[in-house]
Design a protein around this ligand. Structure first.
Ligand code: FAD
Length: 434
């Protein structure tokens, strides 16, 4: 790649905050609001026109269980609960009839975006939409002391004592020089789509998978698990039916190609459905950001292992809990492997009935798994913390903890950890006693 050198230039300081959060998904907003409610001056930067990340920009609408494994005790509360209550008051969330490993709550994600606006405004967080963090800004000693951002007005700096990287891909940790790693086989990205006139009664997801399997070559469709659901209000159906194999969407060229290929596949699915003599589903809304499952992870103070998750290991610095199964989408063989805390293992493939086995013999199961704060702190940094999917977790562990009810908690934990450090005027690990 050709390199050019820009002449040195001055850029405006857009704000001076105590804590600056890069990335405004629920994870990032929860980090920002948590710290702001405790009294910190907080800014949050988000490239989309709205907050919510994968939930809003990428249309992913299911939140999973907030209870322990046998549903006898609620284990997740905080801002996840708060958002559910706020949406529920407006009738914008549907709940599963009973315990269901596939979902607990189904959100109207358009309404979620407005709810997140309100949270940010109420907490006095300084928002920067249509703004991307492009680098870390360093003080004279070379220490991270803010973000270089690119927005509608060009480049600018947000100064901050503490940085929270909630960009999903770990853009800020990588820019700061933190050690990053990738799973050997990345889970594929998926472009979701909202459709009306979706033939829900005529074709179930397994049937659709078989249709796609039969026409995979003609339509150049990669295979794998497909899911979808009606959105609250039932006017549209959200379909997660596409996938981009072997793509790392933290790479700008692959991100561009992935967006275009995802939309091509959405159209191919409409064609496949219409080709079976059904009315062509009407495309009502495309995502403004392809759904990204897995890219870069940080090397932290502790890598969460798959056994930690499956056996429910406890930690002195636990900051998040969950019960969602290990859920790893693979391309070879195409399908999704689920490992449940109760020992069950299920492999769902596009054209065969589910295969249920066990990954361990019958026996007592943990009530949940736990995530330590250490898995969010990049090794070697004291004023930078991550939140969200760049968490330091092995492939299987990541397959479980990547869901939103868990990622939300990492946001709140990062906001709290940064606030504690600010309050004690020290580093994040030290403030947490690590
Ligand atoms: C297709 C699909 C289906 C899924 N299904 C479910 C499901 O049913 N239920 C569930 O709970 N989970 C599901 N997941 C997983 C879950 O949605 C994600 O793991 C989770 O939302 C990740 O949250 P995050 O905040 O870490 O990242 P993201 O949601 O990716 O948020 C990152 C945010 O940072 C912003 N950003 C990126 N770069 C920068 C930058 N340089 N500067 C500033 N901001 C930046 C982005 O615009 C985005 O808003 C699914 C994921 C996918 C892709």
């Amino acid at each position: 790649m050709d390199i050019v050198t820009l002449p040195s230039r001055s850029v405006p300081v857009l704000a001076e905050a105590d804590i600056c959060v890069a990335g405004g998904s629920c994870t990032g907003v929860f980090a920002a609001v948590t710290a702001a409610r405790r009294g910190a001056r907080v800014a949050v930067v988000e490239p989309q026109n709205r907050f919510g990340g994968t939930a809003t920009a990428s249309q992913v609408c299911y939140w999973h269980s907030i209870f322990n494994l046998d549903y006898s005790r609620q284990i997740i509360a905080g801002m996840t609960d708060e958002i559910l209550h706020r949406l529920d008051r407006r009738g914008q969330v549907d709940y599963a009839d009973g315990p269901d490993p596939s979902w607990y709550a189904r959100l109207n994600t358009e309404e979620l975006a407005i709810e997140l606006d309100e949270l940010v405004v109420e907490a006095g967080v300084l928002p920067f939409l249509h703004t991307r963090a492009v680098d870390v800004w360093r003080d004279a000693d070379g220490r991270p002391a803010g973000l270089l951002v690119a927005g509608k007005g060009g480049l600018g700096v947000l100064k901050a004592k503490y940085l929270v990287d909630a960009t999903g891909d770990g853009d800020i940790c990588a820019a700061a020089g933190a050690e990053m790693w990738r799973n050997p086989s990345l889970q594929p990205p998926t472009a979701c789509a909202k459709m009306s006139r979706w033939p829900e009664r005529e074709v179930g997801m397994f049937e659709l998978g078989k249709w796609i399997h039969a026409e995979a070559e003609r339509y150049r469709m990669p295979e794998g698990m497909i899911w979808g659901c009606p959105t609250p209000g039932k006017n549209t159906f959200m379909l997660a039916g596409t996938k981009i194999p072997d793509a790392d969407l933290s790479d700008p060229a692959e991100l561009t190609a992935g967006e275009i290929e995802g939309r091509r596949q959405i159209r191919a699915i409409q064609d496949i459905v219409a080709g079976h003599g059904l009315p062509r589903p009407v495309l009502e809304a495309l995502p403004s950001l392809i759904g990204i499952r897995d890219t870069r992870h940080i090397r932290s103070l502790y890598r969460l292992t798959t056994d930690d998750v499956l056996y429910g290991r406890e930690f002195p610095d636990t900051i998040a809990r969950g019960t969602y199964r290990v859920d790893v989408h693979s391309q070879n063989p195409p399908g999704t492997r689920f490992l449940y805390l109760d020992g069950t293992e299920v492999f769902i493939s596009p054209d065969r009935e589910n295969e249920a086995t066990r990954w361990r013999p019958e026996g007592p199961a943990p009530e949940c798994y736990n995530i330590p704060l250490r898995s969010l702190i990049p090794a070697g940094f004291d004023n930078l913390i991550s939140a969200g999917r760049m968490i330091d977790a092995e492939t299987g562990a990541y397959g479980a903890v990547r869901v939103m009810v868990t990622m939300n908690q990492t946001g709140e934990a990062a906001g709290n950890a940064a606030y504690e450090a600010l309050d004690k005027d020290t580093g994040i690990p030290e403030a947490a006693g690590l």
